[in-house]
Design a protein around this ligand. Structure first.
Ligand SMILES: NC(=O)c1ccc[n+]([C@@H]2O[C@H](COP(=O)([O-])OP(=O)(O)OC[C@H]3O[C@@H](n4cnc5c(N)ncnc54)[C@H](O)[C@@H]3O)[C@@H](O)[C@H]2O)c1
Length: 250
């Protein structure tokens, strides 16, 4: 049987979009039975005041034991993933919540599949080297660009080899992605511009890809239209939530 033309559409198992969707995190965590979350973020996102309202909302919904790891660099490094796993295990966390751009999300995705793993992280680079993930994973992007919240890859910098490598596995697809425009309002101009162009390039590339299907092509065209419309507005009016929302769908 020739199955060469079969296409498989992959995304997060559950995808929430739209204004104020970040406030539904407690419900999403409860449905995955997460009671001791590790929030993976970075200093810039924390300093922008994005994390505190999320914590306040979790606390007002009865989640008391919340742990934060924010020591993440722009190009996430393998030793950062190991350190973050240490925080996860020491605090007996039971779920990983990424709140940040691609750097925080790629780190969190790696932590969710690496925690409890006996092999070295280096042995997981490449395709399908990962065992089934047991740790719940929720991704909440704060930039509108990488799409890491819906991809099956984590890109990390191998410091010794000085190259970026990917762990590719469907186990990296989050259980839940929450694409909430309110989390992107504080994005600095250059991050808005750079991540917006990143999204535009993804949309063009995916349209031209040999693996494009009718489903992905229609999404690529819609994304190109939305980015061209919304990105200049989001850049000029950073708190324009409608522009941020349109940009975030891309
Ligand atoms: N896994 C994937 O599918 C995939 C795809 C493309 C890129 N990537 C990876 O994504 C990373 C880049 O991610 P990125 O472009 O989202 O940037 P980033 O996560 O590196 O963040 C860039 C800067 O913006 C700041 N920032 C982010 N959101 C903010 C907000 N709302 N308010 C204020 N500051 C904010 C951060 O603190 C940081 O200083 C790279 O490591 C790249 O390899 C992953």
């Amino acid at each position: 049987m020739n199955t060469d033309n079969v296409q498989i559409f992959k995304t997060a198992r559950r995808l929430l979009t739209g204004e104020n969707s970040s406030y539904l995190l407690p419900e999403e965590m409860a449905s995955l039975n997460v009671k001791r979350p590790l929030i993976v973020t970075d200093k810039g996102v924390k300093d922008a005041g994005i994390i505190q309202p999320v914590i306040d909302n979790l606390k007002s919904n009865g989640v008391e034991n919340i742990f934060i790891y924010s020591d993440i660099s722009a190009e996430p490094e393998t030793h950062i993933v190991e350190a973050c796993c240490g925080t996860f295990e020491e605090n007996q966390c039971d779920g990983v919540i990424a709140i940040g751009g691609g750097s925080a999300m790629d780190t969190a995705k790696a932590v969710a599949i690496y925690s409890g793993e006996t092999r070295s992280l280096n042995e997981l680079f490449g395709e399908d080297k990962v065992v089934p993930r047991k740790i719940p994973l929720i991704c909440m992007p704060t930039t509108a660009g990488t799409g890491s919240e819906v991809t099956n890859i984590s890109i990390l910098l191998d410091v010794q080899a000085q190259i970026k490598k990917g762990i590719v596995s469907n186990e990296l697809l989050p259980d839940v992605a929450i694409v909430a425009p309110e989390l992107t309002l504080s994005c600095p101009e250059f991050v808005t511009a750079a991540s917006g162009v990143d999204a535009l390039v993804h949309a063009v590339e995916s349209y031209l890809s040999n693996f494009a299907s009718e489903i992905t092509k229609s999404l690529s065209i819609a994304a190109i239209r939305m980015i061209v419309d919304a990105l200049p507005i989001a850049y000029q009016e950073p708190t324009n939530i409608a522009a941020r929302e349109k940009n975030g769908y891309s």
